[in-house]
Design a protein around this ligand. Structure first.
Ligand code: ADP
Ligand code: ADP
Ligand code: MG
Length: 647
């Protein structure tokens, strides 16, 4: 076995590979870009080498530097993870030429499966079923049109070199074909540097079911069952599960045999995935080869869960020349596993990726589950940022239980306990998906998200009143705990008949609303420990205190617009300059309340993006109040202190 390996990747997959290597007593070398200098994967490895700028082309795709880093540190093998260089046959060849082991298939297998059209010709020869279509080398537009007409509409045009859900066009009728072909070719040349396309029958309401395969250098090859990855957005996977609901044992074996035949046709070694598209009709299910991914897949943990195996360990053993640890007969499915990809994105805004700082990032304790377990694979920690340079995936949540229903219930709990503050995520969206009728009943196909649109988007799941009650309880409890205030000390001066009231102004989902509470109600809220409430996290902004309320039913953001922050916001607006220029940490204040300051005087120091920034007084005045303590995290634009004009 290797003594030391280099991991040519970042994020959760680099951390994932390092974990298995360490368990096996193998030392690890990380590589990192400027943006990743303090990343989790760097601290997860024994050594780390800086390889360049933040953009992937300046670092994680710079394979000469990666090879040099391996040589320099004495690593014997390179694990490419997924994405980046994992399916780059030239890199695999260069590793071998440099005397390093590429932990993946031979370069020839990557090359053979790299182009969709060529791999389909190969698969057809190996007897693997294909979607009816045209995979020829002749790219004459008139010929392609005739082929499409012959297949019958709708058809799918795919960039032969495409991947990651890019370079595909659905064409509904003959008249639209020419325009779609031209636009697909444009995207293909820009994204993949190759404008060859293939044409396929567009399968209606298909399922995406893929088979995990494994080969060794002795010529053995097995399949580790299937994963259903039908739930997709923009042709990209969102939820993956194993085994595939409703798949008969006969069909499983047929798909497994086809996948092994596909792998053997290219003398496959290591972990690979054969993706099939499955047509569902009254006559039953029919599967067709779609493509082979010649690497470890993002969703491999669901296979690990149902087989009880560590696929990275298998990869390392096979790369070191050992035979596969188990035979086909020894492999078994146990229980049901589901993976949810937690991403920084805005589902209501066409899944636009989001960036920002994870001010708060917590997963539940996950210890009290009697049946089943929860696994979290993540490449980030609280306080880290999701930058625009890489993938928007924050974590993968994987649950495993005896049955699908139990796994679903567990996933819902695990999602409800995933608390993220600081950027937009798809956590609530995922909860809506798994609770939708289609998903709950395993009525799966690639159009599930479209079909369930009405219950998935623009949902404000927590009844406003619950979140507001929680916020009010939090406010009065915090005042009591930290300021020693009697819950009734801040009642409004004006009282409507009899009981005094206190008014709170909130903004939720863009709507400003006021709520008045009577003294008796406030006392009740102040003494109540929970309101079906799990957690509430405050985050200060210049014009409000944001309260992130996480409840069993869902999460909500309640902004408390209090008078103090309104004054601070107005001051900041009038004077300017007292606000945090970017998200960061308050290092120190050089003034205190009541101090007289002159224009341009340094009043506070902040640290953001590894640099210190001095905050200076925009005008002469007197310090009103410090709104933070040194060491606190602040959001971009937050007022740090208030300044009053000198009277
Ligand atoms: P999986 O089937 O494992 O989800 P994907 O096809 O979604 O795999 O890709 C896995 C990783 O590789 C992702 O990080 C994705 O962004 C990246 N990736 C795959 N193909 C491409 C491509 N052609 N261009 C850029 N990134 C890609
Ligand atoms: P990529 O390399 O981008 O992963 P794939 O060929 O694997 O491309 O296809 C991605 C997704 O597109 C599939 O998971 C499926 O949802 C859809 N798709 C692909 N081929 C077809 C088809 N012939 N008919 C209908 N949908 C398809
Ligand atoms: Mg694919």
């Amino acid at each position: 076995m290797f003594k030391k390996i280099l991991i040519a990747n970042r994020g959760e997959i680099a951390c994932r590979v390092a974990a298995t290597a360490h368990r096996m007593g193998i030392k690890t070398v990380a590589v990192y870009s400027d943006a990743d200098a303090n990343a989790k994967h760097v601290t997860s490895c024994d050594e780390a080498i800086h390889i360049g700028g933040s953009a992937p082309k300046d670092s994680y795709l710079q394979w000469e530097r990666i090879l040099a880093a391996a040589k320099q540190t004495g690593a014997e093998a390179i694990h490419p993870g997924y994405g980046f260089l994992s399916e780059n046959d030239a890199f695999a060849t260069a590793c071998t030429a440099a005397g390093l082991v590429f932990i993946g298939p031979p370069a020839s297998a990557i090359l053979a499966m790299g182009l969709k059209a060529e791999s389909k010709r190969l698969m057809s020869a190996a007897g693997v079923p294909l979607v009816p279509g045209y995979h020829g080398a002749d790219q004459d537009a008139a010929l392609l049109q005739r082929e499409a007409d012959g297949i019958g509409y709708p058809v799918l045009i795919k960039a032969s070199a495409g991947g990651g859900g890019k370079g595909m066009r659905i064409v509904d009728k003959a008249a639209d074909f020419a325009a779609s072909l031209a636009s697909c070719k444009r995207e293909a040349i820009n994204s993949f540097g190759n404008d060859s396309v293939l044409i396929e029958k567009y399968v209606q309401r298909p399922r995406h079911i893929e088979i995990q395969v494994f080969g060794d250098t002795q010529g053995n090859c097995v399949y580790l069952f299937e994963r259903d990855c039908s739930v997709q957005r923009r042709h990209q996977k969102v939820l993956e599960e194993a085994p595939a609901p409703g798949l008969s044992q006969t069909m499983r074996e047929a798909m497994g045999a086809a996948a092994v035949a596909a792998a053997k046709a290219v003398h496959y070694v290591g972990a690979g995935t054969v993706e099939f598209i499955v047509e569902q009709s009254d006559a039953g299910m029919k599967f067709f080869f779609m493509e082979m991914n010649t690497r470890l897949q993002v969703e491999h943990p669901v296979t690990e869960a149902i087989t009880g195996l560590d696929l990275v360990e298998w990869q390392l053993r096979v790369a070191a020349g050992e035979p596969l640890p188990l035979t086909q007969e020894q492999l078994q499915i146990k229980g049901h596993a589901i993976e949810a990809r937690i991403c920084a994105e805005s589902p209501d805004n066409n899944f636009l990726p989001a960036t920002g700082t994870l001010y708060l990032y917590r997963h539940g304790a996950h210890v009290a589950f009697e049946r089943g377990d929860v696994r979290v694979d993540s490449g980030v920690r609280e306080g880290d940022t999701i930058s625009p340079f890489y993938d928007s995936m924050i974590a993968k949540l994987i649950v495993h239980a005896p049955s699908r229903n139990e796994a679903l219930a567990l996933l819902d709990v695990a999602l409800s306990q995933t608390h993220i503050v600081g950027l937009q995520t798809n956590v609530q969206f995922l909860r809506h998906v798994i609770r939708s009728e289609s998903f709950a009943k395993a009525n799966l196909d690639t159009a599930l998200i479209e079909r369930e649109r009405a219950v998935l988007f623009d949902q404000h799941p927590v009844a406003n009143i619950d979140a507001i009650e929680a916020a009010v309880a939090h406010i009065v409890q915090t005042e009591k705990a930290f300021e020693g205030n009697d819950p009734l000390s801040k009642m409004d001066a004006w009282r409507a008949y009899g009981e005094a009231t206190r008014r709170f102004d909130f903004e939720m989902n863009g709507i400003v609303q006021a709520k008045s509470y009577k003294a008796s109600q406030l006392l009740a809220l102040a003494s109540q420990s929970t309101l079906g409430l799990q957690s509430i996290y405050p985050l200060k902004h210049d014009s409000s205190d944001e309260m992130h309320v996480f409840m069993d039913k869902g999460a909500a953001i309640v902004k408390h617009i209090n008078r103090l922050s309104l004054v601070a916001a107005q001051d900041a607006h009038a004077g300017g300059g007292l606000n945090a220029p970017m998200p960061g940490k308050v290092v120190s204040f050089s003034v205190k309340a009541g101090d007289a300051v002159t224009k341009g005087q340094v009043v506070a120091v902040m640290e953001a993006m590894k640099m210190e920034h001095a905050i200076t007084a925009p005008a002469d005045g007197v310090v009103g109040e410090l709104l933070y303590a040194a060491g606190e995290q602040v959001a971009e634009g937050a007022a740090l202190l208030t300044l009053k004009e000198k009277s």
